[in-house]
Design a protein around this ligand. Structure first.
Ligand SMILES: [Zn+2]
Length: 432
C-alpha cells in the first residue's frame, strides 16, 4: 500500500477535527484539528486556529480523541497462528521445544496466512507501525503490509555455525529485494544461545554498511542467566545436547557476554569502555528485547555504557513466562529508551498495544499514563530512528493517526491506557 510516487488520489488538504487531539507534544488539545496534505501532517492546533489558517474539506470525527498511530517495537507475526496453542511450560527450554514442534508442522502458506492475519489484527488494534521479526525473509516479497513495517530477518545458526556470513548476506539480499513497506529493514540475530558471535558481528558490520537496524533477544529468562553465568540449567543442557559449543558459558551474565560479542566489528573495546564520541555515534544502535535478568554487575556495566541501546519490554509475554520482574525504574534512571512490544502470539493473547499498556500499568502503578503512551509512540519511533517522522502529531510528520472514543470524565492519557477494543478509524500514510 506504500506508493513510491505521488498518488493523485490523495486529496490536496484535509482538515480532521476531533473532540481532542493528543499530539504527544504537551497536553491534549481540546476541540482540535489536524491538517493532512498527501502523506504528511502540515498543521495541528485548535480547530478555530487551524480553520483560520488552512483551506480544505473538514472531516469531523466527533466525540473522539485523535492520537498518533501506535508503534509495536517487537513482534513475530510468523506465529500469529499459534495463539493459545502452547500452554506455559515447566522451563523456557521446554517452551522452545514446544514451539519448534509446532513450527515443524507449518508450511510456507501457513506462515503467509499467519503474517497477513497478524498485520490485519495489529491494525484493528490501532498499530500503524511495527518492528516485525521474521524467520522467512524470502517470503516478504509476497506480502503487502497494511501498516508501516520494519522487517527484521531473524537469524539462527546454532546448528550450523560455520556459515554466518552467507546466512546474513542471503537475508540482507531478501530484505532489500522486498518492496517498499513504508518502514525499513534490519537484522535480528535471535539470541546469544542460538546465534554465534560471528553471526552477531557480521550483522553489525552489514547494519553499519547498509544503514539498517539491529535487534536481538537478551537476558530474557532465568535459564539464560544460568546458562551463561553458571554453566547449568535446562537451557544449558538443551543447547549442549544439540551440539552448541559451550566454551562461552560459565563466567559472565548474558549482558556481559553481549557487551563482548558486539564490540568487535565496530568498536575496539567493550561497549562499556569507550570514550571515542564520534566512533560511538557511528556504532549501530541495538534494539534489545527483554532484559528481565540483570545482575548487579550488569547495572554497573550499563551505567558505564556509552552505547545507550533501545529496550523493548513485552508485559503480557513476560507474564506468560513468569520471568523475573522487569527492572523498569532502574533502566529508566540510567537513561535508556524503553518501548513496549507484543512479542508473538505463541506467548500472548492478542496484538493489542493497548492491552500491553494496560498490563504494564498494573506492574508500574506509580508511572503516569502519559509516560506509558510514550512507550508505544515517541519512544518506539526513536528506536526505529523515526523520531522526526513518527510517534507525534506534528507538522512534517507522517500522517499515521488513530482515534478512540473520548468520554468526558477521565484523564485522557488514563483513558488511552485503559482503552479496550478495536479502533474504529485508522489512517496510515495519509490513507484511511
Ligand atoms: Zn521475541
Amino acid at each position: 500500500m506504500f506508493a513510491t510516487v505521488v498518488d493523485r488520489r490523495y486529496r490536496r488538504e484535509m482538515i480532521i477535527r476531533a473532540r481532542a487531539v493528543v499530539t504527544m507534544d504537551g497536553p491534549p488539545i481540546e476541540n482540535g484539528a489536524v491538517v493532512i496534505e498527501g502523506r504528511r501532517i502540515v498543521d495541528v492546533g485548535s480547530f478555530n486556529e487551524v480553520r483560520a489558517h488552512n483551506s480544505g474539506e473538514v472531516f469531523d470525527l466527533g466525540e473522539q480523541a485523535l492520537l498518533p498511530g501506535l508503534i509495536n517495537a517487537h513482534c513475530h507475526l510468523d506465529y500469529t497462528c499459534l495463539r493459545g496453542k502452547i500452554p506455559p511450560q515447566e522451563s523456557f527450554a521446554d517452551w522452545i521445544r514446544a514451539i519448534n514442534a509446532k513450527k515443524a508442522k507449518l508450511s510456507q502458506k501457513d506462515y503467509l496466512t499467519s503474517i497477513n492475519d497478524g498485520f490485519a489484527e495489529a491494525k484493528r488494534f490501532g498499530t500503524t507501525a511495527i518492528a516485525n521479526l521474521t524467520a522467512f525473509p524470502e517470503l516478504i516479497a509476497q506480502i503487502d503490509p497494511p501498516i508501516r513495517t520494519w522487517w527484521f530477518a531473524e537469524l539462527i545458526d546454532v546448528r550450523d555455525p560455520n556459515h554466518a556470513s552467507e546466512l546474513v548476506d542471503f537475508a540482507t539480499g531478501a530484505l532489500k529485494r522486498a518492496g517498499n513497506s513504508g518502514g525499513g529493514i534490519g537484522l535480528a540475530p535471535h539470541a546469544l544461545f542460538t546465534a554465534s558471535r560471528d553471526l552477531y558481528r557480521r550483522c553489525e558490520e552489514i547494519a553499519q554498511r547498509e544503514k539498517i537496524l539491529l535487534t536481538t533477544h537478551l537476558a530474557e529468562s532465568r535459564e539464560e542467566m544460568a546458562m551463561f553465568r553458571d554453566e547449568s540449567g535446562p537451557l544449558y543442557d538443551f543447547m549442549k545436547n544439540i551440539g552448541r559449543p559451550i566454551s562461552d558459558c560459565g563466567d559472565q551474565t548474558p549482558l556481559g557476554h553481549f557487551s563482548k560479542t558486539v564490540r568487535d566489528s565496530s568498536t575496539p573495546k567493550a561497549f562499556g569502555a569507550r570514550n571515542d564520541k564520534k566512533a560511538i555515534q557511528n556504532d549501530p544502535e541495538w534494539i534489545v528485547a527483554h532484559l528481565n535478568e540483570l545482575a548487579e554487575s550488569d547495572f554497573e556495566l550499563l551505567e558505564r555504557s556509552k552505547r545507550k541501546f533501545h529496550m523493548v519490554h513485552s508485559p503480557r509475554s513476560h507474564g506468560y513466562f513468569a520471568h523475573s520482574r522487569f527492572p523498569f525504574e532502574n533502566l529508566r534512571a540510567l537513561g535508556f529508551n524503553i518501548c513496549l512490544g507484543t512479542d508473538s502470539l505463541a506467548s500472548n493473547q492478542s496484538l493489542s498495544l493497548f492491552a500491553e499498556m494496560h498490563a504494564f500499568q498494573r506492574s508500574e502503578p506509580g508511572l503516569s499514563p502519559d509516560k506509558i503512551v510514550e512507550m508505544v509512540t515517541v519512544n518506539a519511533a526513536r528506536a526505529l530512528h523515526q523520531e522526526n517522522a513518527l510517534g507525534r502529531i506534528r507538522p512534517a510528520f507522517q500522517a499515521d493517526l488513530i482515534t478512540i472514543p473520548r468520554s468526558s470524565l477521565a484523564n485522557l492519557f488514563e483513558e488511552i491506557v485503559a482503552f479496550d477494543g478495536h479502533v474504529s478509524w485508522v489512517m496510515v500514510d495519509g490513507k484511511i
